[in-house]
Design a protein around this ligand. Structure first.
Ligand SMILES: O=C(CO)[C@H](O)[C@H](O)COP(=O)(O)O
Length: 223
């Protein structure tokens, strides 16, 4: 498994203090984060609304860490350029959010960002078998998207393992991320299954010491 010895940690700012987002991004960057994860919700694809490209743009000067932008919006195509221009490094769309993921992923690449695809818990790994050559990131949702603070769905572990095998078969360097209910107990389960990016909101931002919270998710510090 590539990179699994030291998974990347991507704090999800959904759990941050929205009144101090710039400081919150800088704080996790100083605490050892590898990526910043930004959850964009439209109140249509998911039953919650978060923020749009203006917030991504406003946060961009606060860190040089890669911005991993998870679009929970339908349709995504009309907004891809705005997120690329706002400073998104990775732009992730949902396979469930439209019939033309192939076109959308090509568009993201043409905009100069890294394309990613996200799978909801009910979606099987084979749903993305025809677009693996187009993605740099695959994200397995281990909760139903829309809200932080939910319980990790253990049913997603075999999906992570299957996707790790599929990635190995491509011979390409594709990051395999997991998002939802990641904490010091579930992080090692996800990395053992094959994930090499751990996205965590509450397990970092709800803790008083971000450095300790991030360190607690790393395999060398988990049971
Ligand atoms: O995509 C998301 C919700 O749709 C969040 O990134 C995810 O739920 C992280 O929150 P937590 O770590 O608190 O579960």
């Amino acid at each position: 498994m590539t990179s699994a010895a030291r998974p990347l940690i991507a704090p999800s700012i959904l759990a941050a203090d929205f009144a101090r987002l710039g400081e919150e991004v800088q704080a996790v960057a100083n605490a050892g984060a590898d990526w910043i994860h930004l959850d964009v919700m439209d109140g249509h694809f998911v039953p919650n609304i978060s923020f749009g490209p203006q917030v991504v743009k406003a946060l961009r000067p606060h860190t040089q860490l890669p911005f991993d932008v998870h679009l929970m919006i339908e349709p995504a195509d009309p907004y891809l350029e705005a997120f690329a221009k706002a400073g998104a490094d990775n732009i992730l769309i949902h396979i469930e959010a439209g019939p033309h993921a192939h076109r959308s992923l090509q568009h993201i690449r043409a905009l100069g960002a890294k394309p990613g695809i996200v799978l909801c818990p009910a979606t099987p790994p084979e749903a993305i078998s025809e677009i693996l050559d187009l993605v740099d990131v695959i994200l397995v949702m281990s909760v139903n998207p829309g809200f932080g603070g939910q319980k990790f769905l253990h049913s997603q572990l075999p999906k992570i393992s299957r996707l790790r095998d599929m990635i190995t078969q491509t011979g390409r360097d594709i990051r395999l991320a997991v998002d939802g209910g990641i904490d010091a107990t579930t992080a090692p389960l996800a990395t053992k299954a094959g994930a090499d990016v751990l996205i965590a909101g509450s397990a970092i931002y709800a803790k008083p010491d971000y450095k300790a919270a991030i360190a607690a998710l790393r395999p060398e510090n988990t049971p």
